[in-house]
Design a protein around this ligand. Structure first.
Ligand code: AMP
Length: 285
């Protein structure tokens, strides 16, 4: 019997809670409130490895886990050799930016020649500086990067920004964007042929596809059926089912949640009744 599929997920930080939620939505019984860092999900032939997000690409590459979730920024920082990105997950969006103190005379990347730049992404920053033809001194820190200029440890920083609140609170302003990043599902290249990874990928992908969609059901009088169907957007034709009453049909359609506010009123005006909108758990188009 083969070893359980080992999935590495962030134990804390911005990606931890959305990752746990995504895997649960995908039907994987991720344990809650468990202090263990390696937790078997026996009935599903899975082991969850709870790790620091920064370490996840390395753990997967080295074979300590088969598949997992990390930020795209970590993949670039720790190298993507031996790893395959299976899916962009649509959360944990952030930008890696260059920022300087508000009072600094530096206003563009070119002014950073010879400067000291603090970062927890030394590899990405060095590659960026090389591409820009700049030589600067990279100060590698693992946390509190925003504090570096205040304490005189750097002239600029290269750090992740999500809302921008941390930069504002530390009187820093952005001068350039180095990369954009979001959470990704990644696997060790040699593990990709394992059919359990395709099963996991399809389950996760179907949850992501379902999230922005809703299942709309309504009853339409036959006299208004064409007009009501005409109002429904979407690539696929809706399902039309006869009702026990001979002068009405039921119409079922998958619609974008974002389209619903402007759809409901015209549907009602056109004669639709018994409107129901339901969440969709999985969608494979
Ligand atoms: P914010 O104040 O929302 O701009 O967040 C900035 C702080 O959160 C910085 O300390 C960043 O290093 C960290 N951060 C922002 N986005 C992410 C992310 N997607 N993954 C990990 N850390 C992040």
């Amino acid at each position: 019997m083969s070893a359980p599929l080992r999935i590495a997920i962030p134990s804390k930080g911005r990606l931890a809670s959305p990752t746990t939620q995504l895997l649960r939505d995908a039907g994987i019984a991720v344990p809650g409130d468990d202090r263990r860092l390696l937790v078997p999900v026996e009935e599903q032939d899975i082991e969850m490895l709870l790790a620091r997000t920064d370490d996840i690409p390395t753990l997967i590459r080295d074979g300590a886990a088969d598949v997992g979730v990390a930020g795209g920024n970590q993949l670039l920082e720790h190298g993507s050799d031996g790893l395959e990105t299976l899916l962009d997950l649509g959360y944990g969006s952030c930008r890696l930016v260059l920022a300087v103190p508000n009072a600094s005379g530096i206003s563009a990347t070119e002014h950073l020649a010879g400067a000291r730049i603090a970062t927890s992404h030394p590899r990405v920053l060095s590659d960026y500086l090389t591409a820009q033809g700049l030589t600067a001194s990279v100060v590698t820190l693992s946390g509190s990067i925003e504090l570096a200029p205040t304490i005189g440890a750097a002239d600029a920083i290269c750090d992740l920004v999500s809302t921008g609140e941390t930069l504002r609170q530390n009187s820093l302003r952005v001068i350039a964007e180095v990369m954009r990043s979001e959470a990704v599902l990644l696997a060790r290249v040699q593990a990709v042929p394992d059919p359990r990874i395709a099963v996991l990928q399809t389950a996760v992908e179907s949850v992501l596809a379902a999230r922005p969609k809703r299942y709309l059901m309504l009853n339409a009088p036959d006299s208004a059926l064409d007009a009501i169907v005409e109002l429904l957007p979407g690539l696929d034709a809706p399902t039309i089912l006869p009702l026990a009453r001979s002068d009405m049909h039921a119409v079922h359609a998958v619609v974008n949640a974002a389209d619903l506010p402007r759809l409901l009123h015209p549907l009602k005006e056109a004669g639709a009744s018994g409107l129901l909108v339901l969440p969709i758990e999985h969608l494979i188009p």
